[in-house]
Ligand binder design. Structure first.
Ligand code: ASP
Length: 299
């Protein structure tokens, strides 16, 4: 672990599926509280990877976002969840895809990272792994899940790719970066559909220089390369952070999709960009106070 340098940065998002006209004040209050919690953790010396896992767990269990408790069933009547986590310090990563009825899918991804030789487990195998490792299971799936603010029965019934996700990126005081992302995916999805979220390098990426968490119509993020495209533009092509992010997002748009992403760099820079109607998001750093917004323009 590198020496402490007392500098930290944190950004979290509650998804780029926000709809104009909806009231997200409860969500923004929650994001504010979590950002304060994350700040305290990072100030106290938490590693970035522990902080992002902790924050995504709180987002998943809240029922306020399309992830964990706020997810809806796929066409087979089962709630199938995707999550991934990456530790930039080691480039270790873990993910689960189409996993069922876990309270904290992100902790299953963390367990895959820490306790298995695999990077990604899917479906039944992921569930068996979660059982074997004593991860929290939803006791009663028929009554556990709720519709988050801004989501209606219509969104769940109509197959129009309405979507949501949660994510967190952090730079810790040791100079290390991490990213974590978790989702219920798109509403009305076919059984077995897997989006960008659990794919390392697409929905989530962290290395020695940058950490990224994406949200949006996953099919388009997969087709643009997503997070690693941004990382490479930033590291190799000389783009500023914002240029790199917009380049990928503009590509998503040109293919017909929308969404957003959050990123932090090793210098502590934070950027949060989206091209959908809004993205629920919050940030804080050792240099900047907590800021929370959903619809404030970002370009
Ligand atoms: N990216 C997620 C998916 O396609 C959805 C979202 O971020 O809103 O599963």
């Amino acid at each position: 672990m590198a020496d402490k340098h007392n500098k930290f940065s944190l950004a979290i998002h509650g998804g780029a599926g926000a709809k104009l006209g909806e009231d997200y004040s409860i969500v923004e209050q929650h994001l504010k509280q979590l950002t304060e919690d994350g700040k305290a953790l990072l100030k106290a010396g938490s590693t970035a990877v522990d902080a992002v896992e902790h924050l995504v767990r709180q987002l998943e269990v809240s029922g306020l976002y399309v992830a964990g408790k706020g997810s809806a069933a796929a066409s087979n009547g089962c709630v199938e969840l995707d999550a991934s986590i990456m530790d930039g310090a080691t480039r270790n990563a873990g993910s689960v895809a189409a996993v069922r009825d876990l309270v904290y899918p992100i902790s299953a991804a963390r367990a895959v990272m820490d306790k298995s030789p695999s990077v990604m487990l899917a479906g039944e195998g992921a569930n068996a792994f979660a059982n074997d490792h004593g991860l929290d299971l939803v006791a009663n799936p028929d009554s556990y899940y709720v519709m988050p603010p801004g989501v209606s029965e219509d969104d769940v019934a109509v197959k129009e790719m309405q979507h949501g996700t949660v994510g967190a990126v952090a730079l810790d005081v040791h100079g290390n970066l991490a990213a974590a992302t978790s989702t219920g995916g798109v509403f009305g999805k076919p059984a077995g559909r897997v989006g960008d979220t659990p794919i390392i390098g697409v929905g989530t990426w962290a290395d020695e220089e940058i950490a990224i968490s994406c949200t949006g119509t996953g099919e388009y993020f997969i087709r643009t390369g997503g997070a690693l495209t941004v990382a490479n533009r930033f590291k190799l092509a000389g783009d500023t952070l914002e240029q790199a992010m917009w380049s990928m997002l503009d590509d998503v748009k040109s293919l017909g999709g929308d969404g957003g992403l959050i990123a932090v760099t090793k210098s502590g820079e934070i950027a949060m960009t989206y091209n959908s109607d809004g993205m629920k998001r919050a940030s804080v750093s050792s240099e900047q106070p907590v800021s929370v917004t959903t619809f404030a323009p970002c370009r």
